[in-house]
Design a protein around this ligand. Structure first.
Ligand code: SAM
Length: 420
């Protein structure tokens, strides 16, 4: 029996853990490859393959359907999706895509199905790109409850989610965009964009702290807080620290508040790499934390369903449920109330979530008045670089369908308030 290819084995283990144990891709990779024993290239390839299967699962099933007489067992379906994804989405040569998945079927104890896997994938390979003709991938790849929740933007969002996300960087002051090579594109909002699949560790200036990784949309809420030198500012729910770094660069005195010890370590590491030791890092539940004195401004980047990041974390499309939202909304309200208490009268709050769900964005903002917060809408001047993200209520709303010709962006909602 041919040994299974390590990249495909790893990808399969990840897919099994995501679909059967409801793990994230990252957690599943860590469990399947403890201590990062696999070469970084294999790990990255496994991640890319698993992500492609999860991102386009509906499309892949529609392609496979005509070649199946009856529904295969779930693990066999995963193998078939892996094969079809390599053939149709990742440009893997047919002999490699089919042969490795057939070997994997045997290695995983699915011998009785290796003939079926071989026959179906050969037919998909023979059909080639034409297998995708007439398949409404945008509609099929998104669970119906999410599609319905995105209203008129659903199709554009789904089309954005179908593409791999580029790598966006926020540069430290003085870092030279030209050092990142000819493929690096400066974006109108200030981020620097590199092609999908760029390896972060290989970029110049990583160890020296010349940049941090942050989607172009994720960089907006902290800039919109407009913190100024000498102001006292809190970053609530701070790890891994992208927004803390932005705030610290303004010259404001920053408290970064994070509850989770493991994520706090990453925050410390990032701040050390970026040479931002002056940030006061606090391990605390933000709902119970009181600043030493009333604050001028607070950024609340609340925990959320994170559906806006599904380009980078396509498993979220499968893991999230509508039933998750009420508990998240209740926690977001508790955090909003706590944030309001931290502010001096006239102090500013930016509430942000990386969610596309109305329950976590506009519906939370609409109820903020009961915490003594009045709206301070963003202005067209502030969003001159991205006017399509300004809503009629003066909120920020980005989604993966925006900037389609430039590679899209994550979905974010942000609203600004002033404390009464
Ligand atoms: C959306 S992430 C924050 C991303 C971060 N602001 C950044 O830009 O890098 C949410 C974070 O909030 C933390 N968190 C969730 N609930 C919290 C609470 N009640 N108090 C403090 N931190 C909390 C989570 O551990 C997680 O690290």
């Amino acid at each position: 029996m041919a040994p299974a290819d390590p990249t495909r084995s790893l990808a399969f283990a990840v897919l099994v853990a995501v679909t059967e144990k409801r793990r994230t891709i990252e957690d599943a990779l860590d469990a399947a490859d403890p201590g990062h024993a696999a070469p970084p290239r294999d790990r990255a390839a496994a991640h890319r393959l698993a992500a492609a299967v999860l991102r386009r699962a509906g499309t892949l099933d529609a392609v496979l359907e005509p070649f199946l007489n009856k529904a295969p067992p779930s693990r066999v379906r995963l193998l078939l999706r892996m094969g079809a994804a390599q053939l149709l989405l990742l440009d893997t040569p047919p002999h490699a895509a089919v042969g490795t998945v057939v070997d994997l079927a045997r290695a995983e104890g699915l011998h009785p199905f290796s003939g079926l896997v071989n026959a179906v994938l050969r037919r998909v390979a023979a059909a080639g790109g034409a297998a995708l003709d007439g398949v409404d991938g945008a509609r099929l790849d998104v669970p119906p409850w999410l599609w319905a929740s995105w209203g008129a933007d659903a199709r554009r969002i789904a089309e954005g989610l179908a593409r791999e996300a580029p790598l966006d960087l926020t540069l430290a002051p003085g870092a030279d965009p030209a050092a990142f090579g000819p493929d690096a594109v400066p974006l109108p909002t200030g981020s620097l964009r590199l092609p999908a699949g760029t390896r972060v560790g290989a970029l110049p200036g990583f160890a020296e702290g010349s940049f941090w990784v942050q989607d172009a949309a994720a960089a907006l809420p902290a800039s919109l807080l407009d913190a100024r030198p000498g102001e006292k500012v809190a970053d609530l729910c701070a790890a891994p620290g992208g927004k803390t770094a932005q705030l610290a660069r303004t010259g404001a005195a920053v408290w970064a508040v994070e509850r989770d010890a493991h994520r706090l370590r990453r925050l410390h590491e990032n701040l050390a790499r970026l040479r931002l030791p002056e940030v006061s890092v606090v391990q605390a539940d933000a709902t119970g934390w009181t600043p030493p004195e009333p604050l001028d401004a607070v950024l609340l980047d609340a925990p959320c369903s994170a559906t806006g990041t599904a380009r980078r974390h396509p498993e979220l499309l499968h893991l999230r449920r509508a039933a998750d939202l009420p508990a998240l909304a209740a926690e977001q309200d508790r955090l909003l109330e706590a944030a309001a208490r931290m502010l001096r009268p006239g102090g500013r709050l930016v509430y942000a979530v990386c969610s596309l769900q109305p329950e976590e964005g506009p519906e939370r903002a609409a109820g903020a008045a009961r915490f003594g917060l009045r709206p301070a809408p963003f202005t067209p001047e502030e969003l001159a670089a991205l006017p399509e993200a300004l809503t009629p209520d003066g909120h920020l709303r980005t989604h993966p369908g925006l900037w389609a010709d430039r590679g899209g962006m994550d979905g974010f909602f942000a609203a600004r308030f002033v404390r009464n």
